[in-house]
Design a protein around this ligand. Structure first.
Ligand code: C2E
Ligand code: MG
Length: 747
């Protein structure tokens, strides 16, 4: 395994070109600039306050210029009077100082030469308008960019322009107040660009509204966009679509709150190629703590093969998997905490530890160990949402950061997807197949820890707790780790006897406007006398390991079929029961026969039963399970592949099984509204399934937007919190009965 730390060994060799060093220098320079800017802002704020005083006492225009000027307090002096041609006929000492300090008298000059070229047209239009009106009473307030005496600074002024009639002449009265949010001047930007012209880092300067004011040559080299392409544009121009709305929301919230942001972006070059950039953004503030500019430094980290780029990347990424390392994870956690505490929301971290990884290394060698780690990291990344982060924090330890608010049930369901993705066998190059198992622990912000070290420590403790309890996943519970581990494996045999198991039913409906209910998925729960409600994820894997799942599975089938016959007697239309089946259940040679007996006993048509088998299990059963599945199909029982897409199997191989339906894995549905990639994947699944004569159900549908996409793609059925959470049998009956009934209380 690659455990060397090139940072330590090769830092000296690349010292002169280290982009991190240049970035640091650049940042220091930017700080100095920010300081200068702050001084300038202070002066401007003074003028601003004075202007407010004038506005309070004046602002009426139907007075002569002399009356107006007399009324202005002596301390207020930034005003000009011009004739209708723009010639300055009078200038206050303040205006003289601001625009022509030590230079020629303003009187007799034309106002044009002090107006920034970009605003000349505004002034022409104003003068033309006033001359056209030829009268008083027309006051205009505009923002004007004026140049100072050195022509080195441009300052945005709030200008109150009033035409004033003086004898037979029309004069313009320009009352000027420097605006505080002037941002960096063109000259300052030029200086910054000069300083950074031979830098390897790209530099991008935006104004307070986020529009680009300037870029340096390195930026153009990296992106292919010249300064003239970029100036005045929104940097969105470079967007690759790889970051979703959630990402940008967190980015802006963090930047606004913390004043800076560092991290990785995927952007698109002018030639259309997507590249990875390491970006460091800083907000420049004025003395009122308002942001006036954004300065970003970027490094292209797409090709991680050059030493310098590797160094920039290494500090924050794991060298084997390329995943974010602990340092970057801690950065992101800090950001997530700022956002969550501001929005009074929560988030969750999950610690994942590979069980018995050391023996894999010892037995098969480090190369195979590395392969396993690479495969695990790829599967983890494919399972979580774009906005979530997977980091490698130790040899065989990974952490998932679930950024958006999640409730415990969602977290369990994500943990379940992770476990099922990792349970699929890993194919080694020599044809051998390896299976791994993992332990997972979760900690929620803020209830399980409100600082980074505590939250990580508690997720780690929860993971060890899960390991010790013989569970696959557990949340952190204060004190739970020190309890003697209950033997859930033993308890589960007792659960049936003690009648602690019960079922919930989740509706499956058509995605069209009618939302007709076609069936429901049967979901098992365990109300343990001491531990309370337990989710399947906590006990199904244990039951699978010790064989209790076989008895449990028959109980589920029996209870669900009995329930369906009661519902039918209660007037429910023809519904299909979807029952989850573990691979261990299929190993029972009597399975098909027992299923037939249960159906017969409750008078249920075999076609009203659909058995859900996970994709990973189905792949295992390609050989010996095929005949058992075929037996069931011959009885007209339907077979569905659950969590389809999570198990890396090829559809063409699955096609040899007698499958009636695919259930698209929730992880694809989750991103449907934001991600074109997810839409393309579900479109492809639905299209291929239809071509192979299979139906498709999408699970985990939570929003109308997801529903719309699925409906437009021809998905047959949907299931999820949007249309109905898992509910008790009674609740389901009143929910599914034809209209006119009271909606039931959901469980
Ligand atoms: P599954 O078959 O993929 O079941 C769907 C899971 O997603 C359920 O979790 C359900 O509560 C959850 N879910 C449904 N709609 C949404 C939604 O809109 N958003 C989110 N985030 N989650 C949603 P549950 O009940 O915890 O079940 C977890 C897994 O446990 C099931 O995954 C299934 O594989 C297994 N399982 C459940 N009951 C049985 C059973 O009777 N026998 C066997 N062998 N396995 C079962
Ligand atoms: Mg299922």
């Amino acid at each position: 395994m690659n455990t060397a730390t090139p940072m330590a060994t090769s830092a000296g060799a690349v010292k002169a070109t280290s982009p991190r060093r240049n970035l640091a220098t650049l940042q220091r320079q930017l700080f100095i600039y920010a300081q200068d800017l702050r001084d300038l802002m202070e002066q401007q704020a003074l003028l601003q306050r004075r202007y407010q005083l004038v506005l309070q006492s004046h602002g009426r225009s139907n007075q002569s210029a002399d009356v107006l000027l007399d009324a202005i307090p002596k301390s207020i002096d930034a005003y000009l009077v011009t004739d209708s041609q723009g010639e300055i006929v009078r200038a206050s000492p303040g205006a003289q100082r601001a625009f022509a300090s030590g230079g020629p008298e303003l009187k007799g000059k034309f106002i044009w030469q002090y107006i920034h070229w970009s605003h000349l047209e505004i002034v022409t239009t104003l003068l033309a308008k006033f001359v056209g009106v030829g009268a008083t009473g027309a006051v205009e307030q505009r923002k004007l960019v004026l140049l100072d005496s050195t022509m080195q600074r441009d300052i945005i002024y709030d200008a109150l322009v009033m035409p004033v009639r003086k004898l037979d002449r029309l004069e313009m009265f320009w009352l000027l107040s420097a605006e505080v949010q002037s941002g960096l001047s063109d000259i300052e930007i030029q200086k910054l660009m000069l300083m950074s012209s031979d830098c390897a880092e790209g530099l991008l300067i935006c104004d307070a509204s986020g529009l680009v004011r300037s870029v340096n040559p390195a930026f153009s080299r990296i992106t292919g966009y010249s300064a003239s392409d970029m100036v005045g544009e929104n940097p969105r121009l470079l967007s690759s679509g790889r970051q979703d709305a959630d990402f940008y929301r967190s980015y802006w919230t963090y930047l606004t709150d913390a004043g800076s942001w560092t991290g990785e972006f995927f952007n698109r070059k002018k030639n259309g190629h997507i590249y990875a950039e390491w970006k460091s953004v800083r907000a420049v503030k004025n003395e009122r703590d308002e942001t006036v500019s954004y300065i970003s430094a970027i490094v292209d980290i797409t090709h991680r093969d050059s030493e310098a780029q590797q160094l920039a990347n290494l500090a924050y990424h794991d060298s084997l998997t390329g995943l974010p390392n602990r340092r970057l994870l801690e950065d992101r956690l800090t950001q997530a905490m700022v956002i969550a505490s501001r929005e009074a929301s929560n988030f969750c971290v999950m610690y994942i530890d590979l069980d018995k990884f050391k023996p894999i290394n010892d037995e098969f060698g480090h190369q195979v160990g590395d392969l396993v780690l690479l495969e695990v990291s790829a599967r983890l990344q494919a399972t979580v949402r774009h906005s979530d982060m997977v980091a490698r924090v130790g040899g065989d330890e990974f952490v998932i950061l679930l950024q958006s608010p999640v409730n415990d049930e969602d977290a369990y369901s994500i943990a379940s997807s992770v476990l099922s993705a990792l349970s699929a066998p890993i194919q080694l190059p020599d044809g051998k197949v390896l299976s791994i198992s993992v332990s997972m622990g979760g900690a929620r912000y803020p209830i399980d820890g409100d600082d980074v070290p505590t939250l990580l420590q508690n997720a780690d403790a929860a993971m060890y707790g899960a390991k010790r309890f013989g569970l696959d996943f557990s949340f952190f519970e204060t004190g739970s780790i020190v309890h003697p581990a209950p033997d859930l494996g033993f308890e589960i045999w007792k659960a049936l006897e003690r009648q602690e198991l019960y079922l919930l039913y989740q509706p499956q409906v058509t995605p069209d406007k009618s939302r007709t209910v076609r069936g429901c998925e049967v979901l098992l729960r365990w109300k343990h006398a001491v531990f309370g409600d337990l989710f399947p994820l906590t006990f199904i894997p244990i039951a699978e390991r010790n064989g209790a799942i076989v008895a449990l599975g028959y109980w589920v089938l029996e209870t669900a079929c009995q329930q369906l016959s009661q519902w039918q007697a209660g007037g429910l239309p023809d519904l299909t029961l979807s029952v989850n089946i573990s691979s261990r259940q299929l190993q029972d040679p009597q399975f098909a026969e027992r299923v037939g007996q249960i159906l017969l006993a409750h008078g249920i048509k075999p076609s009203s039963l659909e058995l859900e088998i996970s994709e990973a299990d189905a792949m295992q059963y390609l050989q010996d399970g095929r005949s058992r599945l075929s037996q069931l199909r011959e009885m007209a029982v339907k077979i569905a592949i659950d969590d389809f897409g999570s198990g890396y199997s090829s559809l063409s191989r699955l096609a040899s099984l007698p499958i009636h339906r695919l259930k698209i894995d929730q992880s694809f549905v989750r991103d449907l509204a934001q991600s074109g990639e997810a839409r393309a994947i579900s479109d492809c699944f639905i299209g291929v399934a239809a071509a192979m004569g299979m139906q498709v159900t999408a699970g985990g549908v939570e929003s109308e937007a997801q529903m719309e996409v699925l409906a437009s793609q021809g998905c047959n059925l949907v299931q999820g919190y949007l249309t109905g959470k898992p509910m008790s049998a009674e609740a389901f009956l009143s929910w599914a009965l034809p209209s006119g009934q009271q909606p039931p209380e959901r469980v």
